[in-house]
Each structure stands twice: as C-alpha cells, then as structure tokens.
Design a protein around this ligand. Sequence first.
Ligand code: HEM
Length: 115
Amino acid sequence: MDFVHLALRYLHLLGFAAVFGGWLVSLLKHKFDFNNAMLYGIATQLATGIVLYGLASADGDANHAKLGVKFLLALLLGVMIAIPVWKKREKVAAGHFYATGALIAVTAGVAVFWT
Ligand code: HEM
C-alpha cells in the first residue's frame, strides 16, 4: 500500500472520529443538536471513501456490494446531517438523532465486519 493510500485511509479514520465524536458530544450533553464536527466528518468520509473506492477498484480488489452499501449509507447520513446544520436547527427530533448515531455505527460495522 503506497503512501497516498495510507494517508487517505488515515484521513478516513479521522473523518469517522469527527462524525461519531460530534454525535457523542451532543448525546452526552442531552442536546440533540448537530454540529460542524459531524458535517465536516461526513463530508470527509464521502470524499476520502470515494477516492479509496477508486484506488481499490484500480487494484482490482474492490468489494463493490460492500462499498455500494457504504456509499448509500454515507449519502443518507450526509442528508440527515447537512440539512439540520445548514438550517441552523437548535435540535433534531429524538428519532432522527438516534437513527443518525445508529447509522454511523452500522456504516463502521459494515466497513469492519463485511470482509
Ligand atoms: C459514515 C461513513 C463511513 C464510515 C463510518 C466509514 C468507516 C470506515 C472504517 C472504520 C474503515 C476502516 C476499516 C478497516 O481498516 O478495517 C473504512 C475503510 C474504507 N472505507 Fe469507509 N466509512 C464511511 C464511508 C465510506 C464511503 C462513502 C466509502 C466509499 C464508497 C468508503 C470506502 C472505504 C474503503 C474503500 C475502505 C478501505 C480502506 C483501505 O483499507 O484501504 N467509506 N471505512
């Protein structure tokens, strides 16, 4: 794995930390507000993920079903996170909040457990 690939994978993990960390901070404050850490985190996941997908395809070892599912989940998360942040909503509905956290965890689970 060359340096560019490793650097992208590293940024992908930092993006995961940002989106999930931002959500956890809001959970622990009992605020149910979305924040810029989550917005920048999911944007990082989509950007680095798509390039990582391209690199894996070029190497001929991309799991297209797995990465397609991850892409759709991340796209859904992007919409769920970006709209309340852009509209400057003070908080989101509890169902929306917990669904977002669960979907982030499911997406990371797909990354790790779907081999
Ligand atoms: C919320 C969104 C996302 C989360 C939480 C997430 C999480 C992760 C995690 C934890 C890994 C590391 C797995 C491991 O090393 O065992 C990973 C790797 C990867 N992800 Fe994502 N991901 C997300 C979005 C995406 C998207 C949208 C794509 C592109 C379709 C993508 C493509 C990849 C690829 C190709 C790898 C393998 C990297 C490598 O080993 O070189 N990810 N992801």
